[in-house]
Design a protein. Sequence first.
Length: 327
Amino acid sequence: MKLVSIIVPCYNEEDVLPMFYEEIQKVMQQMRDEHSELMFELVFIDDGSKDKTLEILRSMALQDGRVRYISFSRNFGKEAGMYAGLENSRGDYVVVMDADLQHPPAFLPKMYNYVKDGEFDCATTRRVSREGESKVRSAFARLFYKIMNKISQTEIVDGAQDFRFMTRQMVNAILDMHEYNRFSKGIFSWVGFRTKYIEYENVERPAGTSSWSFWGLFKYSLEGIFAFSTAPLAISAILGALILMIAIVFLIVLIVKAIVVPEPDLRFLAALCIFSLLSGLNLFCVGILGQYLSRTYLESKHRPIYLMRENEEIYRERMEEKGTETE
């Protein structure tokens, strides 16, 4: 028998969870009918939700023995949720997917077929369109992939998603990377392994709203750049050298002009411009260094990536204790 662990990070997903559960049940049954060797477990990660997500997960876990869940003590972010799911998965194969149905469960049989024979270690989806997204957001996304692939040795495929069907070997390789500041798109690429990309059109959420804002995605893109490229450090050094050369040229011109045609007002204005330019460049370069230093500082603390408040076993024990006390 082969166990497939399906990891589903959740944050305020009360509107879509029942629909997701209904769809994934159909797909699991279909795969069981086609491949009798398969068994499934659903590992939901409640990332500190503020709605009724946890209550729904508790109910599902009591009714379905295949359902497991981990509830965080607070919101740690999707990256922590995926890591927690991978760390607690038991399957020979592991799937990571969202609960909002933008990662269609119907793709799982096709993904399994690519992985089961050993030809590929991972099957994942790649969006070929961004329908439903704003033009500005789509433009920035494409720009990020272009920049990232120019400045990083780790190639990140444009449109590749976190929706993945992986072998246990690949999952173990990912878990060996214990970094606190995680950028899974880069990690999936960095560990290598043979990956099959399945192209598909973007799917909109059937209910609820995305927790990813434009600012959140922008910060996430910066995390990827700083995690998988040292190019910004080189850029700051190049800019520093370039501005230094320009400043020297300006200084020579000012000295010559001051000797030939003294103009105090012009000299003061030029000096002020150069001083402002150099100050801005200095702050820019210090800011880049600060970003790398801050990440080194956080890594050196060795803080846990997430903290668990509750899982299905703790909840069952609590319910049993309450039942005993009532009797």
